[in-house]
Write a protein that binds this ligand. Structure first.
Ligand code: DGT
Ligand code: CA
Ligand code: CA
Ligand code: ZN
Length: 583
């Protein structure tokens, strides 16, 4: 039997949470499962190992009863309790829960009252008026359900980069460790660090390709092997994404890597350039064209030499989207892209003062290990009740706590400074939710829209502009409100917002949370090109989220962003001077 991964355990607990909600169980019990799933999904240690050592209850949020369930699941690959719950509903009803905004309550109702048992049947009921006729639904929510079914279908076609990249890295490492493998690297959208991935492409070189294919097909990351040949394997990852391995000869590694990294549009432009130079490019190499036919091979072993044969410097994979990179490369104008190690601090994170899971000191401790020189604690403002926005009293208490943590850090002689910020709600009228009596306590304020979205783009724009122009905010948090594979950006005249941020010196955020990445790559580039400063923050609500910084950096790199454009690459002194000037 294959080893049970943390991700599988987390999925199992989430399923129990869903089923308990369908059963209309106590919300507190439901939450226990959800929180445990969230913790486990990002937990650094392997839970199967911990179980073997009898140490499962050392994981935060796992008590005796959960530990027993996880233990049973790890040992048997199944859990009787879950199977019993599951047997009470058709599979299609459980699948409906994956439709964004369609919760267990709704699923239970359409199942019991309309006898709807699949997503397709739900779609039909939303179209023919049966759903709209259910008390509490109505025509508008039926329309929304249709829209969300479309989004759900899209989500089944792509996965978040953060779901795929760790698996891709692990597969590449395992390939590299095989004695038959010379080189291995991921290609495709994962290598370009696109925000979502359709399928995962991996490349290796070897003199014994069949052996490499056999070994790959047995890696535990593949839950299913679709086809295994002499030089190619296709399989499926947990979660359903396809993975393709291609094993190529060493002489054509660079050409194959270039070809399979794409993007397709970039490759089309590359081939057109080659043609103009009397050359032809394919996955085997760069060749001269002689008498209209493929002639002498002039490059192919490395990517550098492929680009060089075309008169170009090597182009970072993140830039290969046919957005002007070939022209820039030709002129020697490629940007020196920001790197993860340029980041000196993380300026948006939450603690137990609002809806985060840990304390100020606990967050600081992990950030210290990440090598940061500063962080900012930014809990939610009073009006955001759903996220336990802070009262004035709590803000004052938090201020003292942050000072105490700073003193303790100083006493230990470590160089990390904790700043006190706030993520203030931008209310529907555009006012910024920071209580006057505590405004001066904050080193900075992030303004974000969290609730009361309007479908009217003019209204949303006016609202955000008012906040930007108020002088009360220093950053605009997750500026377009999108949630990848779940919710589109709200209608907003982004160019007007960008212009206002540039004028008022408000830095726009690239929120690094994997399902936000907001600003997107293209929008971040637009903002920077119009003179905006940027900031990349994780918006962590848990210690485990602090590692998401990399995804914000990838987005920035895809947006041609340099370190100097991002204020949290600056030194603390420079950041403080910038903030002081704004106050
Ligand atoms: P994805 O999987 O949808 O996230 O996006 P990609 O970029 O990984 O696309 P994929 O997996 O279809 O192909 C990987 C790369 O291989 C792609 O970026 C360019 C290259 N490629 C694959 N098939 C073709 C093709 O038919 N024509 C061209 N020009 N390039 C292709
Ligand atoms: Ca792909
Ligand atoms: Ca592919
Ligand atoms: Zn929050």
């Amino acid at each position: 039997m294959k080893r049970v991964s943390n991700a599988q355990i987390a999925d199992m607990l989430d399923q129990i949470g869903d089923l308990l909600e369908l059963e209309n169980e106590d919300p507190f019990r439901v939450r226990t499962y959800r929180r445990a799933a969230e913790t486990i999904r990002a937990y650094p240690e392997d839970l199967a190992d911990l179980h073997a050592k009898g140490k499962l209850t050392s994981v935060p949020g796992i008590g005796k009863s959960l530990a027993e369930k996880i233990g049973e699941y790890v040992e048997k690959g199944r859990l009787a309790y879950l199977e019993d719950l599951r047997s009470r509903y058709p599979d299609g009803v459980l699948e409906m829960l994956k439709i964004p905004g369609f919760g267990p309550r709704s699923a239970a109702r359409v199942y019991r009252e309309l006898n709807v048992t699949t997503v397709d049947e739900l779609e039909a009921a939303a179209k023919d008026g049966r759903l709209a006729a259910l008390p509490g639904f109505g025509a508008k929510s039926a329309e929304k359900v249709l829209h969300n079914i479309a989004l759900y279908r899209q989500a089944t076609e792509r996965a978040l980069l953060a779901e795929i990249l760790p698996v891709a890295q692990s597969l590449v490492e395992k390939l590299r460790a095989l004695p038959e493998v010379i080189e291995a690297e991921m290609a495709g959208s994962a290598r370009r660090r696109r925000e979502t991935v359709g399928d995962l492409d991996i490349l290796a070189t070897s003199r014994a390709p069949a052996k490499v294919c056999q070994a790959f097909a047995r890696f535990e990351e593949l839950v299913e092997v679709i086809a295994a040949g002499e030089t190619k394997v296709s399989g499926r990852l947990a979660g359903g994404r396809q993975v393709d391995l291609r094993v190529v000869p060493r002489e054509s590694y660079g050409a194959a890597l270039q070809y399979f990294t794409g993007s397709q549009q970039h490759n089309i432009a590359i081939r057109a350039r080659a043609q103009r130079m009397g050359l032809t490019v394919n996955e085997y190499g760069v060749f001269k064209v002689q008498d209209g036919k493929q002639g002498e091979k002039i490059a192919g072993e490395t990517e550098e030499e492929v680009y060089e044969a075309l008169g170009l410097p090597w182009i970072e994979p993140e830039l290969r989207e046919a957005r002007g990179e070939i022209e820039a490369a030709e002129k020697g104008d490629l940007p020196k892209l920001i790197r993860l190690q340029d980041i000196k601090g993380d300026l948006q994170m939450h603690t137990r003062y609002s809806d985060g899971h840990q304390s100020v000191a606990e967050m600081a401790e992990v950030c210290l290990r990440l090598g940061y020189s500063y962080i900012g604690i930014t809990d939610h403002s009073p009006s955001l009740a759903v996220a336990h926005g802070m009262s004035v009293d709590n803000i004052m208490r938090q201020h003292e706590e942050i000072q105490a943590v700073n003193e303790e850090l100083k006493r230990r002689g470590v160089k990390l400074t904790v700043l006190h910020g706030m993520e203030a709600d931008i209310l529907t009228d555009g006012s910024v939710d920071v209580p006057d009596q505590v405004y001066d306590l904050f080193d900075y304020v992030i303004g974000s829209v969290h609730q009361g979205f309007s479908p009217d783009a003019d209204r949303m724009t006016t609202r955000v502009l008012r906040a930007v122009e108020s002088g009360k905010i220093d950053f605009l948090g997750h500026p377009t409100g999108r949630v990848l594979l779940e919710r589109e950006a709200y209608g907003l005249h982004l160019d007007e917002v960008i212009a206002a941020c540039a004028k008022h010196g408000v830095a726009m955020e690239i929120n690094a949370f994997p399902n936000r990445l907001d600003l997107s790559d293209v929008n971040a580039r637009r903002a920077r090109d119009h003179g905006c400063l940027l900031t990349i923050n994780t918006d962590s609500h848990d210690l485990a989220h602090l590692q998401f910084m990399q995804y914000g950096v990838y987005t920035a790199r895809r947006g041609w962003i340099k370190a100097a454009d991002v204020i949290n690459t600056w030194s603390l002194t420079k950041l403080k001077a910038w903030l002081r000037k704004r106050r």
